[in-house]
Design a protein around this ligand. Structure first.
Ligand code: FE
Length: 368
């Protein structure tokens, strides 16, 4: 079993066809349309009655997405082909999208927000920009620790942030835990990405949850003391630095390695699954939530359900060498070659809840 402590999954009682039965809900002018219970689905409304509506309910479904077009467009095109629902996307960084949602308020054209990292989704929910959504499909397919308890966001793919090592220079038997990378044996051999990246903030947030602030601070100090180079701007550069011999080990998301292996099957870096005797590998999500001010929350929910469905999960994750959130789905061959691992079952909302604390500890440790 790759992942532990998953909520037991109900069989998909609702077929994909049923999941795609869109309640053409339009609530003209409704600002905080948080009503998303299936039983509250409005019958097909007359969109033309939306005379004074800030966003035309009969226009396309609008997705604000941090997930990049090559990873999203083919999926959304398949949804349009299946359902006839037209979709428009606005692509930007999570911070920019969240600020935009907040500034647009009730007038936002957005129906669905998709970001990477639970920390971002948590912040959007904290600012009341996402609507609580109740969905048996989402609750069955998305493990409880990878979605908001109030249904304001749901993981759609899983991203493991793990230890990477130079295959030709590091014996994986010398690796064990994230914490052990702070030990003197890795002095001058470790590479890290910038602490400004939310991925690292989320990793540290889960460490604080698990180890406490004092122990985490010591680990971070050890990591900084072991750095072979100043922190990298992105995971790809870091992996290339390991391959090139600048560092022996590092911490990155696995899909960046997947992309590099796709380009060059001989790329000489491999993932190591740490903490298998205790917490497990840190996994984060890309995911989405229904926008609180959406004028068609039922349609937005239907798209979310479709993204979490059996038929779409493998493709959604596979396009980026990630892991489906729904267990048991097929993996890309590059990904499955890395083997199974135990994932940290922590409630990933902690990535947001402890983000400020994580940033503070990283600063204290001198992690730039
Ligand atoms: Fe990324």
């Amino acid at each position: 079993m790759r992942l532990i402590d998953r909520s037991s999954l109900l069989p998909l009682a609702v077929g994909i066809a049923a999941a795609l039965t869109l309640a053409a809900c339009s609530a003209p002018g409704s600002g905080d349309s948080g009503t998303t219970d299936a039983s509250a689905a409005a019958p097909a409304a007359d969109a033309s009655s939306a005379a004074a509506a800030p966003a035309a309910p009969d226009g396309p479904l609008v997705v604000y997405s941090e997930r990049k077009p090559p990873l999203l467009d083919p999926i959304l095109a398949a949804y349009t082909a299946e359902t006839g629902v037209q979709i428009e996307t606005r692509i930007d960084g999570a911070d920019a999208l969240i600020e935009r949602l907040a500034a647009e308020g009730a007038n936002t054209p957005a129906d669905l927000l998709i970001t990477v990292d639970a920390g971002n989704l948590y912040q959007a929910a904290e600012r009341d920009l996402l609507a609580p959504t109740s969905s048996p499909v989402l609750e069955a397919n998305v493990p409880a620790n990878l979605r908001d308890a109030q249904g304001r966001w749901f993981g759609l793919s899983e991203r493991a942030r793990t230890i990477m090592y130079a295959k030709d220079r590091v014996d994986p038997a010398t690796l064990s835990t994230y914490e052990a990378l702070a030990e003197p044996q890795w002095k001058g051999k470790l590479c890290l990405r910038s602490s400004a990246k939310v991925y690292n903030q989320s990793l540290v947030a889960t460490m604080i949850e698990r180890l406490g602030a004092d122990a985490t601070r010591e680990v971070l100090k050890g990591w900084v003391a072991n750095l072979a180079a100043p922190p990298f701007a992105d995971d790809t550069l870091l992996l290339q630095a390991i391959a090139a011999g600048q560092c022996e080990v590092g911490v990155t998301n696995t899909y960046y390695l997947g992309r590099l292996i796709k380009e060059d099957a001989a790329f000489a870096v491999a993932p190591f699954w740490p903490n298998q005797a205790d917490a497990g590998v840190h996994v984060n999500i890309s995911g989405g939530g229904v926008v609180a001010a959406s004028d068609r929350p039922e349609q937005a929910k239907a798209l979310l359900e479709w993204l979490a469905s059996d038929t779409v999960q493998a493709k959604f994750a596979g396009l980026n060498y990630e892991y489906p959130v729904k267990p048991g789905m097929e993996l890309d061959p590059i990904v499955s070659a890395w083997g199974e691992f135990k994932a940290d079952p922590v409630d990933i909302a902690v990535a947001g809840r402890r983000q400020a604390e994580a940033v503070m500890l990283m600063n204290e440790a001198g992690w730039r």
